[in-house]
Design a protein around this ligand. Structure first.
Ligand code: PSU
Ligand code: MN
Length: 302
């Protein structure tokens, strides 16, 4: 059902490191035409880190792990590409449609394809105003039942961060800070919320993955929370001001459901004249490099 590219299949068969990359960030999270450059750049960063990139998406009903450049172009430019969570995979396959995969669908497909490490920007989570709209990203549910390591800069700061951390605790998802004692804030170096565990190296992340397997129990994820460097973060005052505006604008225009995350991200890019985009990209780049390092530490031969 999942089509692995030859390069990805060979690397996995030979026990060489592979890093999964998601496609929603490309199709729905970043503006065109920059998104295609970024998609290519991220694959290059994985290679530079000694691993094989496996960008994941569904094309003409076929879930794929590892895309050709032509397929990457489709993900970045095809109009009307769907945004797919795990629950959307079966209908998309049956109707032979194409879509970009979120953290939830990417984690599921990566694990099924035999890939253990995945890099993204910021996870989905509990939205502000949860008590009235009950919008909690399916990312959390999938991570509570999928054996995958996700390297991210925390959860998107458009969310209710403390509520999201609480949900991750309830759902038994392991969260560690990479060289930090506080949970990163996506565009911001820190969200100010404490994180219970701190690690200093990719080798320690790989050690935790082995311990997860040795312990058994529910097949939960490991979140490696890697902050955007302080000097590349979005100015916190600008962030807070523009985010308040964005949330207000979303409410006024009645945007909800799947559309809310892309709406807010795009609003921030425009209102900060690209500064939020720069911080987002810095975060994703750092996560991709670290994911390649973790994948390299984790493979059996190392
Ligand atoms: N990280 C980014 N940009 C994004 C996303 C993550 O830097 O666009 C995407 C991921 O695919 C994540 C999704 O799974 O946003 C969450 O969407 P929702 O809140 O609708 O579950
Ligand atoms: Mn949602």
């Amino acid at each position: 059902m999942i089509k692995r590219s030859e390069e990805v299949a060979t690397a996995l068969a030979e026990g060489r490191p592979v890093v999964a990359l998601e496609s929603t960030i490309i199709s729905h999270g970043l503006p065109q035409p920059r998104n295609l450059e970024v998609a290519r750049e991220l694959e290059g960063l994985v290679r530079a880190g000694g691993a094989v990139p496996a960008t994941i998406a569904v094309l003409d009903g076929v879930p794929r792990a590892g895309l050709t450049d032509e397929e990457l172009v489709r993900v970045a430019t095809e109009p009307g590409l769907r945004k797919l969570g795990f629950r959307d995979l079966a209908p998309c396959a049956t109707l032979k449609l194409s879509g970009a995969t979120t953290v939830s669908a990417t984690s599921f497909l990566a694990a099924r394809a035999g890939i253990r490490v995945f890099a993204t920007g910021g996870l989905g989570g509990v939205h502000r105003g949860y008590t009235s709209v009950q919008d909690e990203s399916a990312d959390i549910d999938t991570l509570s039942r999928t054996r995958i390591t996700v390297v991210c800069a925390g959860v998107k700061s458009i969310l209710d961060v403390p509520a999201t951390l609480q949900r991750l605790e309830t759902r038994q998802v392991t969260v560690v800070g990479f060289r930090t004692d506080t949970f990163p804030g996506f565009y911001l170096h820190t969200s100010g919320e404490p994180v219970d565990w701190r690690i200093e190296s990719a080798a320690e992340a790989a050690g935790i993955m082995r311990a997860q397997d040795a312990l058994g129990g529910p097949e939960t994820a490991l979140i490696v929370a890697n902050p955007v460097p302080q000097d590349e973060q979005l100015d916190p005052a600008l962030h807070d001001r523009v985010l308040a505006e964005a949330l207000q604008a979303a409410e006024t225009s009645g945007v909800t459901g799947q559309a809310i995350t892309p709406y807010l991200l795009e609003y921030l890019v425009e209102a900060t004249q690209g500064a939020s985009l720069a911080a987002n990209l810095a975060a994703v780049r750092g996560n991709t490099r670290l994911a390649a390092e973790i994948a390299s530490s984790w493979t059996p031969e190392n």
